[in-house]
Ligand binder design. Sequence first.
Ligand code: HPA
Ligand code: ZN
Length: 355
Amino acid sequence: MFAPSPSQLATIPRNRVAGLLAGSPKAELHVHIEGTLEPELIFALAQRNGVTLPYADVEALRNAYAFTDLQSFLDLYYAGCDVLRTEQDFFDLAWAYFERAARDHVVRVEPFFDPQSHTARGIGFAVFMPAFIQAAQRAQDELGLSVGWILSVLRHLPEDEALQTLRAAEPWLDHIIGLGLDSSERGNPPGKFVRVFARARQLGLHRVAHAGEEGPPEFVRGALDVLGVERIDHGVRASEDAALMERLARQQTPLTVCPLSNVRLCVVPDLAQHNLPQLLAAGIKVTVNSDDPAYFGGYVNDNLLQLFAAQPSLGASQAYALLRNSLEASFAADADKALWIAQLDARWQDAGRVA
Ligand code: HPA
Ligand code: ZN
Protein backbone atom coordinates (compact mmCIF):
# COMPACT_ATOMS: atom_id res chain seq x y z
CA MET A 1 0.00 0.00 0.00
CA PHE A 2 1.32 3.42 -0.99
CA ALA A 3 0.78 6.70 0.82
CA PRO A 4 -1.95 8.74 -0.86
CA SER A 5 -0.36 11.21 -3.27
CA PRO A 6 -0.77 14.98 -2.83
CA SER A 7 -3.10 15.01 -5.83
CA GLN A 8 -5.22 12.20 -4.37
CA LEU A 9 -5.43 14.05 -1.05
CA ALA A 10 -6.43 17.21 -2.92
CA THR A 11 -9.51 15.41 -4.31
CA ILE A 12 -10.89 14.62 -0.84
CA PRO A 13 -13.55 17.22 -0.01
CA ARG A 14 -13.27 19.05 3.29
CA ASN A 15 -16.58 17.68 4.52
CA ARG A 16 -15.15 14.15 4.49
CA VAL A 17 -12.09 15.06 6.56
CA ALA A 18 -13.78 14.94 9.97
CA GLY A 19 -14.93 11.35 9.43
CA LEU A 20 -11.50 10.31 8.22
CA LEU A 21 -9.78 11.98 11.17
CA ALA A 22 -12.08 10.34 13.69
CA GLY A 23 -12.03 6.85 12.14
CA SER A 24 -8.36 6.50 11.20
CA PRO A 25 -5.75 4.64 13.24
CA LYS A 26 -3.63 7.04 15.26
CA ALA A 27 -1.13 7.27 18.10
CA GLU A 28 -1.60 9.37 21.26
CA LEU A 29 1.87 10.48 22.36
CA HIS A 30 1.10 13.13 24.98
CA VAL A 31 -1.39 12.12 27.64
CA HIS A 32 -0.85 12.11 31.41
CA ILE A 33 -2.67 9.14 32.89
CA GLU A 34 -3.46 11.20 35.99
CA GLY A 35 -4.96 13.79 33.63
CA THR A 36 -7.52 11.24 32.42
CA LEU A 37 -9.08 11.10 35.90
CA GLU A 38 -12.66 12.18 35.16
CA PRO A 39 -14.64 13.99 37.90
CA GLU A 40 -17.06 11.04 38.09
CA LEU A 41 -14.16 8.68 38.85
CA ILE A 42 -12.71 11.16 41.38
CA PHE A 43 -16.01 11.02 43.27
CA ALA A 44 -16.30 7.22 42.97
CA LEU A 45 -12.75 6.68 44.25
CA ALA A 46 -13.21 9.25 47.04
CA GLN A 47 -16.24 7.31 48.23
CA ARG A 48 -14.45 3.95 47.94
CA ASN A 49 -11.47 5.26 49.93
CA GLY A 50 -13.32 7.39 52.49
CA VAL A 51 -11.81 10.63 51.20
CA THR A 52 -13.79 13.83 51.75
CA LEU A 53 -13.65 16.17 48.77
CA PRO A 54 -13.99 19.96 49.08
CA TYR A 55 -16.69 19.94 46.34
CA ALA A 56 -20.39 19.15 46.74
CA ASP A 57 -20.69 17.12 43.55
CA VAL A 58 -19.25 16.35 40.12
CA GLU A 59 -20.66 19.51 38.63
CA ALA A 60 -19.12 21.72 41.33
CA LEU A 61 -15.76 20.07 40.72
CA ARG A 62 -16.03 20.51 36.95
CA ASN A 63 -16.94 24.17 37.50
CA ALA A 64 -13.61 24.60 39.30
CA TYR A 65 -11.78 23.72 36.06
CA ALA A 66 -11.37 27.36 35.02
CA PHE A 67 -7.64 27.77 34.64
CA THR A 68 -5.62 30.92 34.10
CA ASP A 69 -2.23 29.30 33.47
CA LEU A 70 -0.31 26.04 33.87
CA GLN A 71 0.18 26.40 37.63
CA SER A 72 -3.52 27.01 38.33
CA PHE A 73 -4.22 23.69 36.57
CA LEU A 74 -1.38 21.77 38.25
CA ASP A 75 -2.69 22.72 41.71
CA LEU A 76 -6.01 20.98 40.96
CA TYR A 77 -4.41 18.12 39.05
CA TYR A 78 -2.15 17.16 41.98
CA ALA A 79 -5.08 17.55 44.41
CA GLY A 80 -7.15 15.18 42.22
CA CYS A 81 -4.44 12.51 42.51
CA ASP A 82 -5.15 12.20 46.24
CA VAL A 83 -8.08 9.83 45.61
CA LEU A 84 -5.73 7.32 43.94
CA ARG A 85 -4.74 5.03 46.79
CA THR A 86 -4.87 1.33 45.87
CA GLU A 87 -3.70 -0.88 43.01
CA GLN A 88 -7.38 -1.23 42.00
CA ASP A 89 -7.72 2.59 41.80
CA PHE A 90 -4.77 2.86 39.40
CA PHE A 91 -6.06 -0.06 37.34
CA ASP A 92 -9.53 1.52 37.07
CA LEU A 93 -7.96 4.82 36.02
CA ALA A 94 -5.78 3.30 33.29
CA TRP A 95 -8.41 0.88 32.01
CA ALA A 96 -11.07 3.62 31.73
CA TYR A 97 -8.64 5.67 29.66
CA PHE A 98 -7.66 2.77 27.40
CA GLU A 99 -11.31 1.96 26.64
CA ARG A 100 -11.93 5.64 25.85
CA ALA A 101 -8.82 5.89 23.63
CA ALA A 102 -9.78 2.77 21.66
CA ARG A 103 -13.12 4.44 20.80
CA ASP A 104 -11.08 7.22 19.12
CA HIS A 105 -9.23 4.56 17.04
CA VAL A 106 -6.02 5.05 18.98
CA VAL A 107 -3.83 2.01 18.19
CA ARG A 108 -0.78 3.11 20.16
CA VAL A 109 -0.55 5.20 23.32
CA GLU A 110 2.54 6.30 25.22
CA PRO A 111 1.05 7.64 28.45
CA PHE A 112 3.00 9.56 31.05
CA PHE A 113 2.72 8.71 34.71
CA ASP A 114 4.03 10.97 37.51
CA PRO A 115 5.48 8.68 40.24
CA GLN A 116 6.35 11.61 42.51
CA SER A 117 2.73 12.70 42.82
CA HIS A 118 2.12 9.28 44.41
CA THR A 119 5.37 8.47 46.23
CA ALA A 120 5.10 11.85 48.01
CA ARG A 121 1.83 10.51 49.50
CA GLY A 122 3.43 7.22 50.58
CA ILE A 123 2.16 5.25 47.57
CA GLY A 124 5.02 3.40 45.92
CA PHE A 125 5.87 1.74 42.62
CA ALA A 126 4.66 -1.62 44.01
CA VAL A 127 1.12 -0.15 44.14
CA PHE A 128 0.79 1.60 40.76
CA MET A 129 3.16 -0.36 38.50
CA PRO A 130 1.33 -3.72 38.71
CA ALA A 131 -1.92 -1.85 37.92
CA PHE A 132 -0.40 -0.08 34.91
CA ILE A 133 1.17 -3.31 33.62
CA GLN A 134 -2.05 -5.28 33.97
CA ALA A 135 -4.19 -2.57 32.34
CA ALA A 136 -1.74 -2.33 29.42
CA GLN A 137 -1.79 -6.10 28.92
CA ARG A 138 -5.58 -6.13 28.92
CA ALA A 139 -5.65 -3.20 26.46
CA GLN A 140 -3.42 -5.16 24.10
CA ASP A 141 -5.46 -8.37 24.48
CA GLU A 142 -8.99 -6.98 24.40
CA LEU A 143 -8.72 -3.69 22.52
CA GLY A 144 -5.72 -4.29 20.24
CA LEU A 145 -4.25 -1.14 21.81
CA SER A 146 -0.46 -1.05 22.16
CA VAL A 147 0.83 0.76 25.27
CA GLY A 148 4.29 2.09 26.19
CA TRP A 149 4.55 3.79 29.60
CA ILE A 150 6.72 6.92 30.03
CA LEU A 151 7.88 7.79 33.56
CA SER A 152 7.76 11.55 33.95
CA VAL A 153 9.67 13.46 36.63
CA LEU A 154 8.40 16.71 38.14
CA ARG A 155 10.55 19.69 37.22
CA HIS A 156 9.49 21.86 40.19
CA LEU A 157 11.25 19.36 42.50
CA PRO A 158 15.05 18.93 42.89
CA GLU A 159 16.99 16.76 40.46
CA ASP A 160 18.10 14.48 43.32
CA GLU A 161 14.47 13.47 43.82
CA ALA A 162 14.14 12.75 40.09
CA LEU A 163 17.25 10.54 40.32
CA GLN A 164 15.78 8.70 43.32
CA THR A 165 12.56 8.19 41.37
CA LEU A 166 14.41 6.72 38.40
CA ARG A 167 16.32 4.43 40.78
CA ALA A 168 13.04 3.24 42.33
CA ALA A 169 11.79 2.46 38.81
CA GLU A 170 14.70 0.18 37.92
CA PRO A 171 12.94 -3.10 38.85
CA TRP A 172 10.08 -2.09 36.51
CA LEU A 173 12.07 -0.99 33.47
CA ASP A 174 10.85 -3.87 31.29
CA HIS A 175 7.50 -2.07 31.36
CA ILE A 176 8.72 1.53 30.92
CA ILE A 177 9.86 2.82 27.52
CA GLY A 178 11.03 6.31 28.37
CA LEU A 179 11.68 9.24 30.65
CA GLY A 180 9.73 12.49 30.45
CA LEU A 181 9.82 15.87 32.21
CA ASP A 182 6.66 17.77 33.20
CA SER A 183 5.10 20.16 35.75
CA SER A 184 5.88 23.89 36.19
CA GLU A 185 8.10 25.03 33.33
CA ARG A 186 8.74 28.63 34.41
CA GLY A 187 11.92 28.86 36.49
CA ASN A 188 12.78 25.18 35.89
CA PRO A 189 14.97 24.98 32.77
CA PRO A 190 15.98 21.66 31.19
CA GLY A 191 19.57 22.11 32.43
CA LYS A 192 18.36 21.27 35.96
CA PHE A 193 17.88 17.63 34.87
CA VAL A 194 21.08 16.78 32.98
CA ARG A 195 22.09 13.88 35.24
CA VAL A 196 18.75 12.13 35.30
CA PHE A 197 18.46 12.28 31.50
CA ALA A 198 22.04 10.99 31.14
CA ARG A 199 21.14 8.08 33.44
CA ALA A 200 17.99 7.36 31.39
CA ARG A 201 20.13 7.19 28.28
CA GLN A 202 22.49 4.68 30.00
CA LEU A 203 19.45 2.60 30.94
CA GLY A 204 18.35 2.47 27.29
CA LEU A 205 15.23 4.59 27.82
CA HIS A 206 13.74 6.96 25.25
CA ARG A 207 13.82 10.60 26.33
CA VAL A 208 11.18 13.32 25.91
CA ALA A 209 10.49 16.60 27.73
CA HIS A 210 7.82 19.25 28.00
CA ALA A 211 9.33 22.47 26.64
CA GLY A 212 8.08 25.64 24.98
CA GLU A 213 4.58 25.41 26.49
CA GLU A 214 4.93 28.36 28.86
CA GLY A 215 8.73 28.38 28.75
CA PRO A 216 10.73 30.21 26.06
CA PRO A 217 12.17 28.74 22.84
CA GLU A 218 15.55 28.40 24.66
CA PHE A 219 13.98 25.62 26.76
CA VAL A 220 13.21 23.69 23.56
CA ARG A 221 16.83 24.10 22.48
CA GLY A 222 18.01 23.07 25.94
CA ALA A 223 15.85 19.95 25.92
CA LEU A 224 17.45 18.95 22.60
CA ASP A 225 21.06 19.93 23.35
CA VAL A 226 21.39 19.32 27.09
CA LEU A 227 18.92 16.49 27.69
CA GLY A 228 19.18 14.80 24.28
CA VAL A 229 15.42 14.35 23.92
CA GLU A 230 13.89 12.63 20.88
CA ARG A 231 10.54 14.44 21.00
CA ILE A 232 9.38 17.76 22.42
CA ASP A 233 6.09 17.83 24.33
CA HIS A 234 4.15 20.97 23.35
CA GLY A 235 6.93 23.09 21.76
CA VAL A 236 4.42 25.63 20.43
CA ARG A 237 6.55 28.61 21.49
CA ALA A 238 9.22 27.44 19.01
CA SER A 239 7.38 29.60 16.47
CA GLU A 240 8.91 32.67 18.17
CA ASP A 241 12.35 31.61 16.92
CA ALA A 242 12.86 31.16 13.16
CA ALA A 243 16.22 29.38 13.51
CA LEU A 244 14.72 26.88 15.95
CA MET A 245 11.77 26.25 13.60
CA GLU A 246 14.21 25.53 10.81
CA ARG A 247 16.20 23.16 13.03
CA LEU A 248 13.11 21.24 14.19
CA ALA A 249 12.06 20.81 10.56
CA ARG A 250 15.54 19.76 9.41
CA GLN A 251 15.97 17.24 12.25
CA GLN A 252 12.33 16.09 12.00
CA THR A 253 12.00 16.33 15.78
CA PRO A 254 8.37 15.48 16.59
CA LEU A 255 6.29 18.01 18.57
CA THR A 256 3.41 16.55 20.58
CA VAL A 257 1.00 19.49 20.40
CA CYS A 258 -2.17 19.64 22.55
CA PRO A 259 -4.55 22.28 21.16
CA LEU A 260 -7.35 22.15 23.76
CA SER A 261 -4.76 22.18 26.57
CA ASN A 262 -3.14 25.27 25.06
CA VAL A 263 -6.48 27.08 25.00
CA ARG A 264 -7.56 26.00 28.51
CA LEU A 265 -4.18 27.01 30.00
CA CYS A 266 -4.22 30.34 28.14
CA VAL A 267 -1.08 29.51 26.10
CA VAL A 268 -3.10 30.58 23.02
CA PRO A 269 -6.27 32.75 22.99
CA ASP A 270 -8.46 30.27 21.05
CA LEU A 271 -8.29 27.36 18.59
CA ALA A 272 -8.70 29.69 15.60
CA GLN A 273 -5.42 31.39 16.54
CA HIS A 274 -3.47 28.23 17.35
CA ASN A 275 -0.15 28.13 15.49
CA LEU A 276 -0.31 24.42 14.58
CA PRO A 277 -0.90 25.16 10.87
CA GLN A 278 2.21 27.37 10.87
CA LEU A 279 4.32 24.65 12.54
CA LEU A 280 3.07 22.06 10.06
CA ALA A 281 3.63 24.33 7.04
CA ALA A 282 7.22 24.87 8.21
CA GLY A 283 7.81 21.13 7.71
CA ILE A 284 7.89 20.21 11.42
CA LYS A 285 6.67 16.74 12.40
CA VAL A 286 3.63 17.89 14.38
CA THR A 287 1.23 15.53 16.16
CA VAL A 288 -2.10 16.27 17.90
CA ASN A 289 -2.69 14.96 21.42
CA SER A 290 -4.93 15.46 24.45
CA ASP A 291 -2.55 16.12 27.43
CA ASP A 292 -5.05 15.98 30.34
CA PRO A 293 -8.37 15.22 28.65
CA ALA A 294 -10.46 15.01 31.82
CA TYR A 295 -9.46 18.58 32.68
CA PHE A 296 -9.29 20.20 29.24
CA GLY A 297 -12.57 19.07 27.72
CA GLY A 298 -11.54 16.56 25.09
CA TYR A 299 -9.79 13.36 24.05
CA VAL A 300 -7.62 13.09 20.95
CA ASN A 301 -10.45 13.06 18.39
CA ASP A 302 -12.02 16.10 20.08
CA ASN A 303 -8.69 17.89 19.73
CA LEU A 304 -8.41 17.01 16.04
CA LEU A 305 -12.03 17.75 15.14
CA GLN A 306 -12.34 21.01 17.06
CA LEU A 307 -9.03 22.28 15.66
CA PHE A 308 -10.07 21.48 12.08
CA ALA A 309 -13.48 23.09 12.64
CA ALA A 310 -11.77 26.28 13.87
CA GLN A 311 -9.10 26.53 11.17
CA PRO A 312 -10.32 26.80 7.56
CA SER A 313 -6.76 26.41 6.20
CA LEU A 314 -6.58 22.81 7.44
CA GLY A 315 -7.74 20.18 4.93
CA ALA A 316 -7.17 16.59 3.89
CA SER A 317 -3.42 16.80 3.36
CA GLN A 318 -2.83 18.29 6.84
CA ALA A 319 -5.18 15.72 8.40
CA TYR A 320 -3.34 12.83 6.77
CA ALA A 321 0.05 14.31 7.76
CA LEU A 322 -0.96 14.68 11.43
CA LEU A 323 -2.21 11.09 11.64
CA ARG A 324 0.80 9.67 9.86
CA ASN A 325 3.18 11.79 11.98
CA SER A 326 1.62 10.39 15.15
CA LEU A 327 2.36 6.82 14.08
CA GLU A 328 5.86 7.60 12.77
CA ALA A 329 6.81 9.58 15.89
CA SER A 330 5.85 6.77 18.26
CA PHE A 331 8.46 4.57 19.93
CA ALA A 332 6.68 1.37 18.85
CA ALA A 333 8.49 -1.37 16.93
CA ASP A 334 9.07 -0.58 13.25
CA ALA A 335 7.00 -3.58 12.15
CA ASP A 336 3.99 -2.35 14.17
CA LYS A 337 4.35 1.15 12.80
CA ALA A 338 4.51 -0.17 9.23
CA LEU A 339 1.30 -2.15 9.78
CA TRP A 340 -0.62 0.83 11.24
CA ILE A 341 0.63 3.14 8.47
CA ALA A 342 -0.53 0.60 5.86
CA GLN A 343 -3.98 0.58 7.52
CA LEU A 344 -4.03 4.36 7.52
CA ASP A 345 -2.99 4.52 3.87
CA ALA A 346 -5.64 1.99 2.82
CA ARG A 347 -8.36 4.10 4.41
CA TRP A 348 -7.15 7.30 2.77
CA GLN A 349 -6.57 5.67 -0.65
CA ASP A 350 -10.21 4.53 -0.59
CA ALA A 351 -11.36 8.02 0.32
CA GLY A 352 -9.34 9.48 -2.57
CA ARG A 353 -10.84 7.02 -5.04
CA VAL A 354 -14.49 7.57 -4.14
CA ALA A 355 -14.20 11.32 -3.69
N1 HPA B 1 2.38 20.70 31.34
C1 HPA B 1 3.23 20.45 32.33
N2 HPA B 1 3.01 19.50 33.24
C2 HPA B 1 1.90 18.78 33.15
C3 HPA B 1 0.99 19.01 32.16
C4 HPA B 1 1.24 20.01 31.20
O1 HPA B 1 0.47 20.29 30.27
N3 HPA B 1 -0.02 18.12 32.37
C5 HPA B 1 0.30 17.38 33.45
N4 HPA B 1 1.47 17.78 33.93
ZN1 ZN C 1 1.62 17.45 29.21
